[in-house]
Design a protein around this ligand. Structure first.
Ligand code: ATP
Ligand code: MG
Ligand code: MG
Ligand code: MG
Length: 483
């Protein structure tokens, strides 16, 4: 049968160990430095080494390191359910060089790992790459040495092919550099767009980004007062790569998305069983959100994050309450999410034993949050009931009322619609969308951070939101099956 997710993780680590890399354990999901709340990339624990600090880890010196890093991206929470390629918790496989090998080896090894029958065995003709606009060196390695068809290569500017994204323009400061990304063409059954269309729109269901090879050679300083970026050379050139484990697993297992793979399917099935709602049709987005979010919440709580009204804890609460709302939409009226924890533990604790070690704490934390959120939802239901009994059949509930229910009680508009229907009352959805947008604009205007998805974006998702607001401005309505 096809390789399991665990097999792929193991093979990656083996492959890079065979190329002289030291295997280090994953760092915690709690970020090693204050630029982010959670660890967002495999490179984050190694910033000092990229900057020139000695590459010695627990007494072992090695300029080559490989890891499977658990990553949480706050900016992607709302993408879960909306796209099929974003998870809020994912594993980034990485190989790193601290002033040792550079571009050529990084490119050759990525190609070997993906295409050699001994390793991933992908068909090389299905692979496409992007490079930074002036990176002729990368172009040469890809086309002349690897032999990839030049029509499979596209050059992008800093917004796509510099990491962290937009670093030359808006930070954050620290190690950065041009990158080269590898995409897999999943074929016409996923979409009828072409590689040229992807280059135009930068959005595709068919061309899936699986690996980012970053070439950190600059140390970004504070920009000049007029905004001119200042990129200082690092003491040496580095390699930082990130391969999305779950994305590669979808390709290798030839399944349409994460949710039919060996990690998620058992959780999805349990959600269907608990809710008596088969995993199909429009409601299936709720199965996916619940399954995905329970996995990330379990991990961050195991790592010591606690739901609260500020900072990291606020994000944990936000993810968990988003899962609660979807569980509610599936008809679950009693705490149920905590019953999924044993499946997360069973699926992931061989690689992440901290899950098993903290299982009781994780279950108790989730259960307590569910209880309190269900009470909040009941408050919303009572308030809605009062509004509706005062209205005539055929009337319309104002968009602002629906928004207040959402904003104050975390009450999803889908539920509002469903309950209003029982009274023969419709909901002004356009008005709701308008109120929501106004609130979002207010939140954004209050943000002092840039638009960078990874760093600024992280903070932006929180900034301007009052800590007493129970859920973020993520919108169930926006969760169509776009990608
Ligand atoms: P995308 O453009 O799809 O949002 P990205 O460019 O933000 O991805 P990188 O920062 O380059 O991603 O991260 C390296 C790799 O990690 C990606 O090529 C992808 O395989 C994987 N990855 C990134 N974000 C996610 C996510 N939210 N869920 C699953 N895998 C991800
Ligand atoms: Mg990308
Ligand atoms: Mg990328
Ligand atoms: Mg992204």
């Amino acid at each position: 049968g096809p390789l399991s997710t665990a097999d792929i993780r193991e093979k990656y680590l083996q492959f890079f160990q065979s190329k002289g890399h030291l295997h280090l354990p994953s760092y915690s999901t709690i970020a090693p430095d204050p630029t982010t709340l959670f660890t967002v990339a495999g490179m984050q624990p190694f910033k000092e080494q990229f900057m020139g600090a000695p590459a010695v880890f627990d007494g072992a010196a090695s300029k080559r390191v490989t890891t499977a890093q658990k990553c949480v991206r706050v900016g992607d929470i709302e993408n879960v359910g909306r796209t099929r390629r974003h998870l809020s918790l994912f594993e980034m496989m990485g190989n790193f060089s601290f002033g040792d090998y550079f571009k050529k080896d990084a490119i050759h090894w990525a190609w070997e790992f993906l295409t050699s029958p001994e390793w991933m065995g992908m068909d090389g003709s299905k692979l496409y790459v992007t490079i930074y606009e002036d990176d002729d060196e990368a172009f040469m390695h890809w086309t002349q040495e690897i032999g990839i068809d030049p029509s499979h290569v596209h050059r992008f500017g800093a917004d796509e092919n510099f990491w962290p994204a937009d670093a030359p323009k808006e930070g954050p400061n620290g190690p950065c550099g041009p990158c080269s990304e590898i995409f897999y063409d999943r074929g016409p059954k996923y979409g009828d767009d072409s590689w040229a269309d992807y280059a135009e729109t930068r959005e595709s269901a068919r061309f899936l980004e699986i690996w980012n090879l970053v070439f950190p050679q600059f140390d970004r300083q504070e920009p000049l007062p007029d905004g001119t970026p200042v990129l200082k050379n690092l003491p040496f050139k580095n390699i930082d790569t990130g391969m999305g484990l779950e994305r590669v697993a979808s390709v290798v297992q030839d399944v349409p998305d994460f949710y039919s793979n060996d990690v998620f399917l058992p959780i999805i099935q349990k959600v269907a069983e608990l809710s008596s709602q088969p995993y199909e049709g429009e409601v299936s987005v709720s199965h996916r959100v619940v399954a995905e979010h329970i996995r990330s919440v379990s991990m961050v709580v195991a790592d010591g994050s606690v739901p609260s009204n500020t900072g990291r804890g606020y994000v944990v609460r936000k993810i968990l309450r988003r899962a609660c709302r979807h569980a509610y939409l599936l008809g679950l009226r009693e705490p149920s999410l905590y019953k999924l924890v044993p499946l997360v533990v069973a699926g992931m604790s061989s690689a992440y034993p901290e899950l098993r070690d903290n299982q009781a704490k994780v279950e108790a934390t989730i259960r307590a949050e569910e209880e309190s959120f269900l009470r909040t939802l009941e408050g919303g239901i009572q308030r809605l009931g009062k509004l509706l009994t005062g209205m005539e059949r055929g009337a319309t509930l104002s968009g602002n009322d629906a928004f207040i229910l959402y904003d104050t009680y975390g009450f999803p508009v889908d539920l509002t619609k469903e309950i209003a229907e029982e009274y023969g009352i419709s909901v002004d959805e356009a008005g709701y969308a308008e109120s929501l947008e106004n609130a979002q604009n207010l939140a954004r205007a209050g943000s002092k951070y840039g638009k960078s998805e990874l760093f600024g974006g992280n903070m932006e998702a929180l900034d301007g939101l009052s800590p007493t607001v129970f859920v973020g401005y993520d919108d169930l309505q926006a969760e169509g099956e776009v990608v």
